[in-house]
Design a protein around this ligand. Structure first.
Ligand code: UD1
Length: 431
């Protein structure tokens, strides 16, 4: 008998209190990959305990890293004294998109890798052509065959000038990692500028790399420095924190999220304020005060590369805007298939229509007593799943969210954190 894991949520309760954000998943994953660049010990702190992190560590171990963790303190120790495996099969790489970041790291440290095409949430085509273009311009031989990519640079990589046709986060990270070992200087033009790129660059610099411009669209990496072990703390997770901000905004209440970088949250903060929500920014916290349904104004959102509005917050904001008193437009410009959750939100009584890359979200009307109503829904991907939780917290009656494994790829203890804020949410096995 297979035991499924589901969340049962009784909505309609405001959220109140304090929670802490974890370390950023999307910074931890590339930093774990980059840890294999040295044979010395890397000690990583503020590592979120998530399935994606576990899967990334499983790949590091397969490659030859000695990894041990101290879960209570969110620490991991990685030591890669010897590469023992240069091939990464689909069982490992298929579990998450970020597995492909080992391509750049292995090219740098080993000059060869054969890696299965990556897996991950189905939110669009998610090609890897920009990663491969970067490796190829640095002199690597690139062969795609039978679901694998083989990269080879037996004589080492050369610095190159690389223009990204789109500021891809993963391609910027992969090229930055590989370029630390290249002979000469690599420049990445039209680079991604997300805070997780800056965190990776800071980590690489702590290891001995020379990188300037991270956080802008022009990054320069001087290669061939000796990389060494280091101790490094991962940045706070702006998407996890933003999700709880949207939840507090939708359900109403007074929630403070500690251990965040409010600057990284600015696009979310400013959009919530535009919708009439009170958001206070401290040095390392944000506080959201909301009257919930009926007090939220409709707004329009367009996802863009950082510092634009993050695509990873698009679904959660759609759930939030189902509580607005009017119609909002949400346009997704990064991924072509990121509205899969809409059908499930509509099952809860939301009225969202799709027009190509724009979702037209009709709000609920407090005066006319139009509510979302609890029912059984299914998470379709990580952030879409988080959107269902937000909607369920605002809905009347009981919602059962299934496929929560998707949600737990990006949120540690979401039920515990929301319960501590007064939500009626439990996680249980369903046969
Ligand atoms: C990362 C994040 C993900 C986030 C996304 C955009 C991690 C582990 N994941 O994903 O949560 O939603 O950034 O902020 O950090 N593209 C190409 N060719 C490529 C690479 C990308 O065309 O070689 C396109 C993609 O199809 C997509 C766009 O570029 O349309 C953005 O993708 P990218 O920034 O690469 O996202 P990821 O690194 O996969």
């Amino acid at each position: 008998m297979i035991t499924m894991h589901i969340y049962k949520i009784n909505g309609g309760k405001p959220l109140n209190g304090f929670i802490e954000a974890d370390g950023a998943k999307n910074a931890a994953l590339p930093i774990i990959a980059a840890s294999i660049l040295t044979d010395e010990v890397c000690l990583l702190g503020n590592i979120p305990q998530l399935k994606d992190v576990e899967n990334m560590i499983a790949i590091a171990k397969h490659i030859g890293s000695n990894c041990s963790g101290d879960n209570a303190n969110c620490l991991i120790r990685i030591e890669t004294s010897k590469i023992v495996n240069s091939e990464i099969n689909y069982n490992l790489a298929g579990k998450l998109r970020a597995s492909f970041l080992f391509a750049g790291a292995m090219l740098a440290v080993n000059g060869y890798v054969k890696i299965a095409m990556p897996g991950g949430c189905d939110i669009g085509l998610r090609p890897i052509d920009l990663h491969l273009k970067g490796f190829s311009l640095m002199g690597a031989a690139v062969v795609k065959d039978g679901g694998f990519v083989t990269l080879e640079a037996p004589d080492g990589l050369c610095g190159a000038e690389i223009y990204l046709d789109f500021p891809s986060v993963g391609a910027t990270e992969n090229i930055m990692i590989a370029a630390t070992a290249a002979n000469g200087t690599t420049t990445i033009k039209n680079a991604a500028a997300e805070p997780e790129i800056v965190d990776l660059a800071n980590f690489l610099c702590e290891m001995g790399a020379e990188i300037t411009g991270a956080g802008s669209d022009n990054i320069e990496i001087k290669g061939r420095n000796k990389m060494h072990g280091t101790i490094y703390n991962i940045v706070p997770d702006r998407i996890e924190a933003g999700t709880y901000m949207a939840a507090a905004g939708a359900a109403g209440g007074d929630v403070t999220i500690k251990k965040v970088n409010p600057v990284h949250l600015e696009p979310v903060t400013l959009k919530l304020r535009e919708a009439g929500i009170y958001v206070e920014e401290g040095i390392d916290y944000v506080r959201v005060v909301s009257g919930g349904r009926g007090s939220i104004l409709p707004i329009d959102i367009r996802t863009l590369p950082y510092p634009g509005f993050p695509t990873d917050m698009q679904a959660q904001m759609a759930a939030f805007l189902t509580q607005a008193s009017g119609t909002s437009l949400i346009t997704e410009t990064i991924f072509e298939n990121r509205f899969q959750y809409v059908g499930e939100l509509n099952r809860l009584g939301a009225v969202i229509k799709l027009n190509e890359r724009t979702a037209v979200v009709s709000g609920t009307d407090k005066k006319e007593n139009v509510f979302l109503t609890g029912t059984a829904v299914e998470a379709t991907d990580l952030r879409g799943g988080a959107a269902l939780v937000i909607a369920a917290l605002s809905a009347k009656g009981e919602t059962c969210v299934s496929n929560v494994e998707f949600i737990e790829r990006g949120y540690r203890d979401i039920t515990g954190k929301l319960s501590s804020l007064g939500a009626d949410i439990i996680s249980y096995g369903n046969c």
